[in-house]
Ligand binder design. Structure first.
Ligand SMILES: *Cc1c(COP(=O)(O)O)cnc(C)c1O
Length: 225
């Protein structure tokens, strides 16, 4: 079961969001990853039709199923970003499809991605909210994970983090730490900001927001992966 997608409405929301981001951060461009989990192939299609090419998914099966439904032309255009908790045994089937692995948080994954997709682009996910149920490495492990990924031949394009669910000041601190670490390590991308905290994330230096609900509406119940 996946919720319906109204492509015209999605295009309007994307345009509104682009204007909003341009007003919030006039001097740097903030990329939009359209997060399509919980929706069918109509969601990545609507994003592509409106000019977005970065599309994010959390679950391996869901990503692969949508990719298989796309036309060859659409597959050429799309850049899949993997955002979810990643199990090592899913890397092999995702490797031919995923462009950017955003949720890399341990050496085991670095080794497996380097093995299955040499030279791939990755981000190190940091647990910036301190919530144990969320993925991501401890801030103190960031430098060694970045070096390990680089040493394995992966291209570390940036850092990714998920804000605290309900606590704005925890989110702000977390975003700030992540941006500082990215600067110290010379990493260009800071993937922070979702539908509910994108203004805060952009104010703190986001270069890439990951937006689901604000583009596609509420998600249907999750199908078991
Ligand atoms: C679901 C998800 C998003 C999008 O969340 P919205 O609140 O719907 O914008 C972004 N990033 C990650 C890691 C997610 O799991």
């Amino acid at each position: 079961m996946s919720a319906e997608v109204d492509a015209r409405l999605v295009a309007e929301r994307i345009s509104t969001l682009q204007h909003h981001l341009a007003a919030l951060a006039p001097e740097n461009s903030v990329g939009i990853v359209a997060v399509t989990k919980g929706f069918g192939v109509d969601a990545p299609r609507a994003a592509l039709a409106a000019g977005l090419t970065m599309v994010g998914e959390n679950y391996a099966q869901e990503l692969i199923a949508k990719h298989e439904e796309l036309t060859p032309e659409e597959r050429e255009q799309i850049q899949w970003h993997f955002l979810g908790r990643l199990q090592r045994n899913k890397v092999r089937s995702l490797a031919p499809i995923v462009s950017v692995w955003q949720s890399v948080d341990r050496v085991e994954l670095i080794e497996e991605i380097a093995r299955r997709s040499a030279g791939a682009s990755v981000m190190i996910q940091l647990n910036i909210s301190g919530e144990p149920q969320k993925g991501g490495a401890a801030l103190g492990d960031c430098g060694s994970l970045v070096r390990s990924a680089q040493g394995s031949g992966l291209v570390v394009v940036g850092l990714m983090g998920v804000g605290a669910a309900e606590d704005e000041s925890t989110s702000r601190d977390g975003f700030r730490h992540l941006v500082e670490l990215a600067e110290d390590l010379g990493l260009p991308e800071r993937s922070i900001g979702m539908s509910d905290d994108l203004d805060l994330a952009v104010a703190e230096g986001s270069t890439m927001v990951r937006i689901g609900t604000a583009l596609f509406g509420p998600r249907g119940p999750r199908t078991p992966a």
